[in-house]
Design a protein around this ligand. Structure first.
Ligand code: NAD
Length: 293
């Protein structure tokens, strides 16, 4: 079996894969490969899949499959897998960090100090305790965040039309969540129903001064409408790890908007998670090898 590691995985992975065959990171050899390992950077479009004439398996180290034309791959007999559960803790911890950075005024305080400004009187703080967190999507990551937010004394509700019940949050309608939530955190895949689900029309239905956290996908939010909602104060702060493009264009309206906390798509990138993803890739290859033996 010939395996192409096309994106950044843990450095220990190539050695772990050698039991399955030849391992390379030479993308020019795509046409000979049986297996391709990708994260977000490689886009497995129709054209890409057509070039990979021997391909039998695509494994995405990560959660979504939106960088892979799954239907086309499957129509060519190529199996597609991801490492769905691996990243939940890493992303939930970042979502919590983004959320708590807002009421603690962590970023402004830090920037003030680097500018030798003592903003003790200017930076008014609030607390997470007693506030309502509304999750949009309560799967693996949403659930890990819910557990952590509950430990911080928050009430957690969630809108997830595909779930009938949940272990630790109250499932509510979208309308109820919009009216109740002080903080909203997105944990949905990017689909037709979630693309730009937050826009000027949606913002109008939210509490004044709501805080929105996005570790899901940048395109779930209209960046232009978000910048306007931040300018008007309708949204108090937007804390985001995800963007319309990676990295965002220079012209991204969020760069100049007030009260934005930004990270460069770090959600899944913890060292521990890279190891978990690698272990899951090995397990998938073992299963596939067993099926075809
Ligand atoms: P998951 O599949 O475990 O959970 C997603 C949940 O969203 C499911 O329970 C599903 O029922 C629900 N859902 C689907 N459509 C919905 C809709 N229209 N409205 C409300 N709920 C809906 O996935 P997960 O592991 O929790 O990951 C969630 C998302 O996080 C991924 O799809 C990916 O886009 C994003 N993600 C980001 C990073 C990062 O680095 N920032 C890393 C991993 C995943």
């Amino acid at each position: 079996m010939k395996i192409l590691i096309s994106d950044a995985f843990d450095p220990s992975l190539p050695a772990k894969l050698e039991v399955f065959g030849e391992v390379t990171d030479d993308k020019d050899r795509l046409a000979e490969m049986d297996v391709v390992l990708v994260r977000s950077k490689t886009k497995c479009t129709r054209e890409y899949i057509d070039q990979a004439r021997n391909l039998r398996l695509i494994i995405r180290g990560g959660v979504g499959l939106d960088n892979i034309d799954v239907e086309y791959a499957q129509s060519k007999g190529i199996q597609v897998f991801n490492t769905a559960e691996a990243s939940a803790v890493a992303v939930a911890e970042l979502a919590l960090a983004l959320m708590i950075s807002v009421p603690t005024r962590l970023v402004e305080g830090h920037i003030g100090m680097t500018n030798r400004e003592w903003l003790k009187k200017t930076l008014k703080r609030t607390e997470l305790m007693g506030k309502t967190l509304g999750l949009i999507g309560a799967g693996n990551i949403g659930t890990e965040l819910a557990r952590r937010a509950i430990a911080f004394g928050m009430r957690v509700i969630a809108y997830d039309p595909l779930l009938k019940n949940h272990e630790c949050v109250d499932l509510v309608s979208l309308e109820e969540l919009f009216v109740e939530a002080d903080y909203i955190s997105l944990h949905v895949p990017l689909t037709d129903s979630t693309r730009e689900m937050f826009n000027t029309e949606t913002f109008a239905q939210l509490k004044d001064g709501v805080v929105i956290i996005n570790t899901a996908r940048g395109k779930c939010i209209s960046e232009k409408d978000m910048a306007e909602a931040l300018e008007s104060g309708k949204v108090r702060a937007y804390a985001t790890d995800v963007w319309n493009s990676d990295p965002p264009d220079e012209s991204c309206p969020l760069f100049d908007a007030p009260n934005v906390v930004m990270t460069p798509h770090l959600g899944a990138s913890s060292g521990e998670n890279m190891l978990r993803i690698g272990d899951m890739v090995v397990r998938i290859l073992e299963d596939v090898a067993q099926q075809t033996a």
